[in-house]
Design a protein around this ligand. Structure first.
Ligand SMILES: *Cc1c(COP(=O)(O)O)cnc(C)c1O
Length: 423
């Protein structure tokens, strides 16, 4: 599967709207010349981009294949069915809905399908590594449902299953939610399922970050345990922006109704076509190699950072990301993330569990290897990157030094063409 191709032509765009064309070109060069360590980002293949930039965006197709409200669905029905068949094949699910516009709407759809407003949900808190949509107070999910939150153990930073069990028995949630945005370890879905069963709760697993690892067998699958599994399609799965819901057969009707007409109108068929292509790529042997390399790279990068006297929450990583406590290097994660970006290394600041620093400059940064691995970088390159991160902390106020590192980063990146972007 060759994913290195020349760029999509933007000749018509440049003629019609030079301002947007210029920005697209600038962003293309930016994505080419930076070391992208944002754990939720990736490089979609040229094939995925081509599928998502087609006349499929002209279609209205409210409903589901063969049950639409408009005529003229001959071909788009087949597009959606291919996406469904491939998703079921890749993840082994009974049912899939490929229409959610993204990960957050997918979660909202599951709540809408399986809960009543005001029901109690038990999810992982945002500061511990969970997602906004697992009931955090600024999210609609924390307003429309009675959200109780679990965290991680104060010393190990691992999900505290004793706390999950205690809260589940105390609050009797109608739904238990697991899955995370900033948690570097394997999640024990069987243990969550056991607790859900003890209290008669439904289990929702949100595998947005790890879907590509699950597809490749590099993280245990939640599908056998969960009533519903939600995911984004644009993180480790390396598709276009989108969402999916996998579920048990018995929830099919309720979930389909919640997505349409409950929350959305017409599906984004161009995105669904891109998702189908990404799933086809995920079926190939190369994708297994890719997912394995993501984890090897994360391990190598984590070990190299520890050797530079950074510390990692939980002491390491089993997946594609790590949360790095940078305070031992005498700064906060906000300041470091900004300086790293100046040096051509892009990540995000992140709270660490039980953080005592303010959210605007927390103790950590979150780093992930999906994007750099898509460029074919390996453990040796991870050590080079760790060296630059170390360098940036030593010269954090030296703009010239940071600019010099950015030049080195650019030359380095040239050796690793990014999928979908010209070398
Ligand atoms: C990214 C993410 C989402 C939401 O995805 P969006 O596409 O940004 O709405 C949901 N859950 C988890 C765990 C995520 O990491």
């Amino acid at each position: 599967m060759n994913i290195h191709h020349p760029p999509l032509s933007i000749a018509a765009l440049a003629a019609t709207d030079p301002e947007i064309a210029r920005l697209v070109e600038a962003e293309t060069a930016y994505q080419r010349d930076q070391v992208r360590l944002i754990a939720s980002e990736n490089y979609a293949s040229r094939a995925v981009m081509e599928a998502a930039a087609t006349v499929l965006m002209n279609k209205y197709a409210e409903g589901y294949p063969h049950k639409r409200y408009y005529e003229g669905q001959l071909f788009v029905d087949q597009v959606e069915e291919l996406a469904q068949t491939r998703a079921k094949d890749v993840f082994g699910a009974d049912h899939v809905n490929v229409q959610p516009h993204s990960g957050s709407p997918a979660n909202l759809a599951v709540y809408t399908a399986l809960l009543n407003p005001g029901d109690t949900i038990l999810g992982m808190s945002l500061p511990a590594g969970g997602h906004l949509t697992h009931g955090w107070k600024v999210s609609a999910t924390g307003r429309f449902w009675n959200a109780v939150q679990y965290g991680v153990h104060p010393e190990t930073h691992l999900i505290d299953m004793d706390e999950v069990r205690r809260l589940a028995h105390e609050h009797k949630p109608k739904m238990l939610i697991c899955g995370a945005s900033a948690y570097p370890r394997i999640i024990d879905f069987a243990a969550f399922k056991a607790i859900a069963d003890e209290v008669g709760a439904l289990l929702l697993v949100d595998m947005a970050h790890i879907a590509g690892l699950v597809a490749a067998g590099e993280h245990p699958s939640p599908v056998p345990f969960a009533d519903a599994v939600t995911t984004t399609t644009h993180k480790t799965l390396r598709g276009p922006r989108g969402g999916m819901i996998l579920s048990k057969k018995k929830h099919q009707k309720a979930i389909d109704r919640a997505v349409f007409p409950g929350l959305q109108g017409g599906p984004h068929l161009h995105a669904i076509a891109g998702i189908a292509v990404a799933l086809r790529e995920a079926q190939q042997a190369e994708f297994k190699t890719y997912a394995k390399a993501i984890r090897e790279n994360a391990k190598a990068l984590g070990e190299a950072l520890v050797a530079c006297d950074f510390s990692l929450t939980t002491g390491g990583t089993d997946n594609h990301l790590m949360v790095v406590d940078v305070t031992r290097r005498g700064m906060g994660g906000g300041r470091l993330a900004k300086a790293l970006a100046q040096a051509g290394i892009v990540c995000n600041m992140n709270s660490i569990p039980f953080d005592t620093r303010p959210p605007a400059d927390p103790s950590g940064i979150r780093i992930g290897t999906p994007a750099v691995t898509s460029r074919g970088m390996g453990p040796a390159e991870m050590r080079t990157i760790a060296g630059w991160i170390d360098d940036v902390t030593r010269h954090i106020d030296d703009d010239r030094r940071l600019a010099a590192i950015a030049e080195d980063v650019k030359v380095f990146c040239r050796r690793f063409p990014a999928p979908g972007i010209p070398a």
